[in-house]
Design a protein around this ligand. Sequence first.
Ligand code: PEP
Length: 252
Amino acid sequence: MKKNMIAGNWKMNMLRHEARELTENIISGVADVEHDLDILLAPPFTALDIVGGLIEGTRLKLSSQNVFWEDRGAFTGEISPAMLLDAGCEWAIIGHSERRGILGETDAIVKKKLNASLADSLKVIVCVGETLEEREQEKTIKIVQSQVKSALTDLELNDYSEFVLAYEPVWAIGTGKNATPEQAEQVHSAIREITGSIFGQESELIRIIYGGSVKPDNIKELLEMENIDGALIGGAGLNADSFVKIVKIAGE
Ligand code: PEP
């Protein structure tokens, strides 16, 4: 059975005391959600231990926002899959558009991070998505399919539930402009075609989640789409009330 996933990407926000308060409020807010969803928190590296400690024994899971592709060595400032697992992470977000756009992460880099993570049994959320310019030039499907194909090339997946794709149109991230459910579904079904053509029927278990200005008032209609299996939440995840509302709606 495929579970929906709701993941909060805190980006470069939350000092440790703020992370503590937000996590405590989220834990109590989701305590009565019975539905079997995957709920992830992705705090900055500096708050992984605080958040990880607080969510231990709860249904919440810890994710990093990034990872490096080597296990150890002279890579100043980088953090390996083994270190993230050691810090309590079960998941890593890879290839977020802010990393692609601001830090120059290419498909090739994303692929290395993805392979290294899965080799160490760190589960991954790989982000893909087009810019506004690419959408206006009607290149959305081509761009997203090529990002997905690059990630999937020669990929061996033992467990399809450990690999999640996040479709995040760059023009919808942090802008308040979400893709309509129909726009998102069009891209999700194009992604599903590729996963199906590479891995066959079983790859239905790969979750494709949507990200880009998801809020309590648009999550329901997004999740009603056939190929939308959850959401990656930025801004709305920094507020316990809105994150908990999203989780509750997703759990209905
Ligand atoms: C994100 O950072 O992945 C994101 C979707 O941000 P927001 O929800 O703020 O658009």
